[in-house]
Ligand binder design. Structure first.
Ligand SMILES: *Cc1c(COP(=O)(O)O)cnc(C)c1O
Length: 248
């Protein structure tokens, strides 16, 4: 943020800790990009702040973070309202019910978890109303794709065969911008083949919709594999913020 005072991580132990972990993650990203021959083409880092307080998000902003991710509407809406003075981009990355679309378009710059036509319809309707009200930017929409070979490994998302139709729906909707694809690596399987599959789906999508250049993939455990397979957006939580409760 322009005009913001330079952060003084020494002043607050939590800020110092976040700063240190952020530096370590940025190093991993840079060396993975280097190893993949991507040079200066670094993916966008989205820090996933779910379960962690708004105060941590403010600390991250003071450290130069511009993009944060949340997976529950109520929690995200509260934090976004509390931190509305900060120039943050909020990314919604969780399962989304259609009746939450109206709320999400009030604060989110992007939704990474568009997985079905009914949700695309609800977001299209909600963004039109919100743009009339506030003149806000178009909403970036990533299609979440399921990469699992069976139900056991499934982490949510549209079946790959349904991606073209969902993409056409998003591309045609005023106020929505088809940004690309998103996936979470399947449970109990190595991430590498999954991200390779995602890269293939992304390439096929780009052939029809050149604007759909985004690949949102890579979390704390598998960011290197995601970068090798062309991730443009990383969603990193625990390696920066520390552990969160397993269930809630
Ligand atoms: C929680 C979450 C992340 C971050 O995961 P970490 O393992 O904490 O880095 C990324 N993507 C989605 C969809 C999530 O729900």
């Amino acid at each position: 943020m322009s005009g913001a005072p330079a952060p003084d991580p020494g002043a607050d132990p939590r800020t110092a800790q976040l700063s240190e972990r952020l530096t370590a993650v940025r190093r991993r990203i840079a060396s993975a990009a280097e190893a993949a021959g991507r040079g200066a083409d670094l993916p966008q880092l989205i820090v996933v702040t779910k379960f962690h307080p708004a105060a941590d998000v403010a600390r991250l902003a003071s450290l130069g973070i511009t993009d944060v991710g949340e997976n529950r509407d109520q929690e995200a809406a509260e934090k976004a309202a509390e931190l509305s003075a900060l120039a943050l981009r909020w990314h919604f990355i969780g399962q989304l019910q259609t009746n939450k679309a109206k709320s999400v378009v009030r604060y989110a710059a992007a939704v990474h978890s568009v997985d079905r036509p009914q949700l695309a319809t609800a977001l299209a309707k909600a963004i039109t109303v919100e743009q009339d009200r506030t003149g806000r930017d178009d909403l970036d929409c990533f299609i979440q794709v399921s990469l699992a070979d069976d139900a056991d490994g499934d982490r949510g998302g549209a079946l790959p065969a349904t991606v073209p139709e969902l993409a056409a729906q998003l591309a045609d909707a005023p106020g929505l911008r088809l940004a690309g694809v998103m996936a979470v690596a399947p449970l109990g399987a190595p991430p590498e083949p999954a991200f390779e599959k995602l890269a293939g789906i992304a390439a096929a999508l780009r052939a029809d919709f050149p604007q759909a250049s985004g690949i949102s993939a890579g979390m704390s455990q598998d960011l290197e594999a995601a970068i090798r397979h062309g991730a443009t957006h990383l969603r990193i939580g625990s390696d920066i913020l520390g552990p969160r409760p397993a269930v809630r």
